[in-house]
Write a protein that binds this ligand. Structure first.
Ligand code: PHE
Ligand code: NA
Length: 448
């Protein structure tokens, strides 16, 4: 088994590329608005620090010591019950399943890039109609862009860690940074900026319920791509002598900055035109496009830059969703990278087509289960239940099953004894319990 290694910068950019995605741009601003602005941001920062970064460290640790695909690492590093722990490796298929609809959404973004210059909707009503039309009737357009994403992602992953994943992240991540800076500077000069700042940073503690805390934990997890073998897989390609504590802090800080900056940009633009903050897809594909129109000719550029930025964020996350299974197939079944990549991409592509048609009115009834479309089910089961469950497995594995001496050997030199004790305590006792709370809350089994 010879694992190709990232360069130091390449690794950070690839991990940031995975972390920074739709979660930062449409989920974070929305949940912030929903759960009390500044108070939520505060709780989120605390959970990102103590849960996000701590689990990030745990996942980097597994990859750094394990040096293989995620499934083999669980098996290899388990001190007892090796055969059973191997099954924890099932988490590698989660991102591939998530990718099936993530790809469809990136496809919508491509479509919006294409129309942003020419056909911005002039009213909220028109914007709503456009998006609903795309979503529920226009399967040709969705299929076209889903196919494009499929080709792009396959082409990049095919080229491997260095030539594919590292290279594309080294190009797209700096570009994404530049675009965000441009949009941010533009926003600062709009008077509604201060309103956006107040909205995001004035703590309204009355809105800060226990639900908000649980939501913050779930968000910290999703946004850092934890609990599904992605970071574990990338970490197997860590350059030797990487300080995994410093790397984790850096990755989490950049991810958080992007979320906060994206939030400030989005709210400034919305507030300036008196628009409301809406939920997820509605925020990006309905509210913003109609607001862009009101900015006149500058709005065309804003729209273009904004959608290009999300497309970059999405593509770099998409690649990371495929790599865990690809590496698994390469390592366990001795497949060539080309074959492994094609099998994985065919899987998400076909599943994506099913999720896509589950939103098309003519087909929806046959793809509806209970009150949710297939699309919503995949999102719900994977991102809200199985991802935190993957996190529980990681915490229990590192906290109770891995060789403790090896962990100490790896971490104490870079974090010191006292911080190590806190980290280990959190991993063993607090994080599994917190993640169980997330699952109970999200499934409605127990509402916090
Ligand atoms: N972290 C990404 C985001 O915030 C989401 C993601 C999920 C990335 C699953 C990879 C895998 O959008
Ligand atoms: Na993120």
């Amino acid at each position: 088994m010879s694992i190709t290694r990232f360069s130091r910068l390449g690794f950070i950019l690839a991990a940031v590329g995975s972390a920074v995605g739709l979660g930062n741009i449409w989920k974070f601003p929305y949940v912030t608005g929903e759960y009390g602005g500044g108070a939520f941001v505060l709780v989120y920062l605390i959970t990102a620090l103590f849960i996000g970064i701590f689990v990030l460290i745990a996942e980097l640790l597994i990859g750094k010591i394990g040096q293989s695909d995620a499934v083999s690492m669980f098996e290899k590093l388990a001190v007892k019950n090796k055969k059973r722990w191997k099954f924890a490796g099932f988490i590698v298929v989660l991102p591939l399943i998530i990718l099936s609809y993530y790809s469809v959404v990136i496809g919508w973004i491509f479509h919006y890039i294409a129309i942003s210059f020419e056909k911005l909707p002039t009213t909220v009503k028109e914007s709503t109609d456009n998006f609903m039309n795309l979503l529920t009737t226009d399967y040709q357009t969705q299929l076209f862009y889903h196919t494009l994403v499929f080709i792009l992602v396959t082409a990049i992953v095919l080229k491997g860690i260095k030539e594919g994943i590292e290279k594309i992240n080294k190009v797209l991540m700096p570009l994404l940074g530049i675009i965000l800076v441009i949009l941010f500077i533009y926003s600062i000069n709009i008077s509604a900026f201060s309103k956006a700042v107040h909205f995001m940073f004035d703590p309204d503690f009355s809105k800060l319920t226990s639900t908000a805390v649980v939501v913050a934990i779930g968000q910290a997890f999703y946004t850092l791509s934890l609990g599904m073998g992605i970071i574990i897989t990338y970490a197997a390609s860590l350059p030797k002598h990487t300080n995994i504590v410093k790397s984790s802090v850096l990755i989490a800080i950049i991810d958080t900055i992007v979320a906060v900056v994206a939030g400030l940009i989005i709210f400034t633009l919305l507030f300036d035109k008196g628009a409301e903050s809406t939920k997820g897809a509605g925020l990006v594909f309905i509210s913003l496009p109609s607001v862009f129109y009101e900015f006149g000719s500058a709005g065309k550029f804003l729209a273009l830059l904004f959608f290009i930025a999300i497309a970059f964020a999405g593509i770099t996350s998409a690649i990371s969703m495929m790599e865990p299974t690809v590496l698994y197939l390469i390592e366990r079944y001795k497949m060539t990278r080309a074959k492994a990549a094609l099998i994985c991409s065919a899987f998400f592509y076909l599943l994506g087509i099913v999720t896509l048609f589950s939103n098309i009115t003519d087909y929806a009834p046959s793809l509806q289960v209970g009150d949710k479309s297939f699309f919503d089910w995949v999102d719900f089961v994977c991102s809200t239940i199985l991802v935190p469950f993957g996190g529980i497995l990681v915490a229990i594995f590192v906290g109770y099953n891995m060789d403790r001496e090896k962990i100490k050997e790896e971490l104490i030199p870079v974090m010191g004894k006292s911080l190590f004790k806190i980290w280990f305590f959190m991993i063993r006792y607090i994080i599994p319990v917190a993640l169980v709370a997330v699952i109970l809350n999200e499934t409605g089994l127990f509402k916090f």
